[in-house]
Design a protein around this ligand. Structure first.
Ligand code: ATP
Ligand code: MG
Length: 424
């Protein structure tokens, strides 16, 4: 016998008992973003490989070893998007949305990275991305942080996450710092691991982002980028922390926060939790003004963040026992030839009259007993009973599946009114 075909490693299914939490969370995200005037943009999952090489940077983990790249039938090199910022910017440039305009956008959907699958790290994962264009900041930088802060509060996990903040300065400031940093690491070569020795040549700032505990000391004692920032970068950063101080939003300045992608400048931030083991970054982002030119646009401004939905959901599961959103309110039990026809008609009437009612009609026949079993399993609160007897009396039985109340026998109209009242 042939083996069952299984899902691809690192790509997982969200089963029906998990979708209520996803849907409730997605609803909250939409509401919070809407309350700040952000609009949704929907983007392709596949883009030209060149887009990611040019934007994310050739010597990043993503481009070096994580992309799902393949050749299209006509020979073009295409890539499943590993992140959303590049595609979003590509779309806005392509449609002329960045000419002297500001935009506040969000997108939601799967991203693909060929990483080693583990808890909180997958090969297909969902991100909520938020991007703001055309604003030099620092007010918009602060706005993004306020959005995230509100989101955590709405989701009831504000005390589970903390904000880390840094400034990467301008390209010129970073260049000076970079050569200082290289000098420093060259004096401590024996403490660097293989990855870091390689990065020393290609992207030394990324060494600061190492997850190797053995390198903690050498990284902690490295020179700090903040000391190399000019007045403008420092003032920009100060303006953000002033807003956060005034509004009572806690943060930690982490001068070693550099982020894994090349395109950031000035503000960078991460929201981290200690509840999820080593995959503790739930949300991360920063300013990427130069990326716009890099992708062929005029001098511009962009800032954004991306939130890993699987990590967010895992965090939510630590505070929510189970989401008691039942997918069914009522289950219709029906037997007898006449009742089978009449019950379908009545079910449609119920759906006309009570659009919010989630009604499942028994299909495939079965005795009353087996139908009640299915009704119970459906999670419904009520069983709506139509047998030939009920139909001949013009009545409907309503049985309470979750408490001891006696069954009601009502006219069809009274049953509609009863359910209307219960669901309002
Ligand atoms: P990490 O340091 O954990 O690898 P990253 O810096 O690569 O994260 P970003 O590219 O900034 O992550 O993506 C933003 C968010 O998307 C992360 O903070 C995380 O929540 C989520 N994310 C990134 N990669 C994965 C993955 N492979 N599986 C699940 N979630 C992910
Ligand atoms: Mg990563």
């Amino acid at each position: 016998m042939a083996n069952n075909i299984q899902a691809i490693r690192g790509m997982h299914d969200v089963l029906p008992d998990q979708t209520p939490l996803w849907q409730a969370t997605e609803q909250t995200l939409r509401e919070v973003l809407g309350s700040y005037g952000y609009s949704e943009i929907r983007l392709p999952i596949v883009e030209k490989t060149e887009l990611f090489k040019r934007s994310i940077g050739e010597v990043t983990d993503i481009v070096e070893k994580e992309m799902y790249t393949f050749e299209d039938r006509n020979g073009d090199s295409l890539t499943l998007r590993p992140e959303g910022t590049a595609g979003c910017l590509r779309a806005c440039l392509e449609h002329g949305l960045l000419h002297n305009q500001t935009h506040r956008l969000w997108y939601y959907g799967p991203m693909y990275r060929h990483e080693r699958p583990q808890k909180g790290r997958y090969r297909q994962f969902i991100q909520l991305g938020v991007e703001a264009y055309g604003m030099a900041g620092p007010d918009i930088d602060a706005e993004l942080i306020l959005i995230m802060d509100r989101l955590w509060k709405r989701l009831g996990i504000r005390n589970k996450v903390s904000l880390q903040l840094n400034s990467l300065g301008t390209i010129d400031e970073r260049l000076v710092y970079r050569s200082r940093l290289v000098e420093y690491f060259e004096q401590h070569l024996e403490q660097l691991d293989e990855d870091s020795l390689r990065r020393l040549k290609t992207n030394p700032l990324r060494i600061l982002d190492t997850k190797n505990p053995a390198m903690r000391d050498v990284v902690v004692n490295a020179p700090e980028l903040m000391a190399y920032l000019g007045t403008e970068s420092l003032e920009h950063f100060k303006a953000i922390t002033t807003v956060l101080d005034n509004l009572g939003i806690d943060y930690t300045i982490n001068t070693r926060l550099v982020r894994g992608l090349d395109y950031y400048s000035k503000t960078v931030f991460e929201w981290v939790t200690t509840e999820l083991g080593s995959q503790g970054t739930v949300c991360a982002g920063g300013r990427y003004d130069t990326l716009i030119e890099q992708l062929g646009g005029k001098v511009g401004h962009g800032i954004g963040f991306a939130m890993g939905m699987e990590r967010l959901l895992a965090l939510l599961e630590t505070v929510t026992d189970s989401v008691t959103v039942s997918s069914v309110d009522a289950y219709m039990v029906r037997t007898g030839q006449i009742a089978e026809q009449e019950s379908l008609r009545f079910a449609e009437t119920l759906r006309n009259e009570i659009p919010a009612l989630k009604l499942q009609v028994n299909c495939g026949g079965g005795s009353f007993k087996s139908q009640f079993k299915k009704a119970d399993k459906s999670g419904a609160t009520y069983a709506i009973i139509l047998g030939d007897d009920e139909v001949s009396r013009g009545e409907v039985g309503i049985k309470f599946l979750r408490d001891e109340q006696a069954q009601l026998n009502l006219s069809q109209q009274a049953a509609i009114e009863f359910l209307q009242e219960k669901l309002s």
